[in-house]
Design a protein. Sequence first.
Length: 324
Amino acid sequence: MRKILCKNACTMPTDHVSPRARRWALALIWLIPLLWTVNIVAARQAPGVVSPHILALGRWGIAGAVLAALSWQELRAQQSYVWQHRWRYVALGACGMWICGAWVYLAGESTVGMNISLIYASSPVLIAVGSVLWLGEHFSKRQTLGVVLAMAGVVHVVVKGEWAHLSHVALVPGDLWIVAASLSWAAYALLQKRWPTTLSPTAQLACICWGGVAVLLPFAVWELSLASTPVLTLHAWVLMAITALVPGVAAYWIYGWTQKVLGPSRVAMTLYLGPLYAAVVTWLVLGEPLGWHHLAGGALILSGVGLVMAVQTAHRATIQTDEV
């Protein structure tokens, strides 16, 4: 069943996947931001333990090895295809593993985890606009309202319900690193939709990982040459392993597969859940309090995400009815 699901995700058009696959995708997209929250925690723990490019290289090197082992037979059979499209994988690896990897860890050196979540939450807006202009996806006025509600919820969580704080926002270098990463994530999502593949999600992600490793390697070597680079310890290797398996293999695989089933703009809406999930995780892991502003913001975020999903579901149902 897993192999069939992977194959279907790569070859079927978005509007022609099975109802079962669509139900699985609708359930799994709620897990994606929780898995990525682990990366935010790691980004805040990494300074002084492991440098950004070395952490990203270790993360995606481990993830690439795991994914390649799981899809080794397919990769051997499709090696000519992979080589033919090698520059696509380098481009995707640069966007998804270098900029959205090492640059996030650079951001963690000077900004807080909630800022990372907030700025990253702007990616769905860029993806939605790109999907309409570049990919020709449908996006209605009601979906736009959902985006506004979700963004309002994000801001409400970050300013702790005190909107007067908006006038005191000051960008630090880490915030600018995350702005660049959010732009790169939009490009990563749109390019994957623009460049359809015959590979399964596992093999596809393995190739992207190794494209990212190729880009990251010279930067990691440069960091190793610096006297200020921390010595690799067990803590550093644990961070690499955790980020490889949780927000790496699991989150990226689910994101790539659900995007093929539901479309990039729809799956991207789950990024708005990032600040809400981050608030809950920091409460559970770091003991930070969970306030009423988190609950109010969460209600706005969930309402916005739900509105976008409901509108797109109704739109697809109308298409299918017309076809019948």
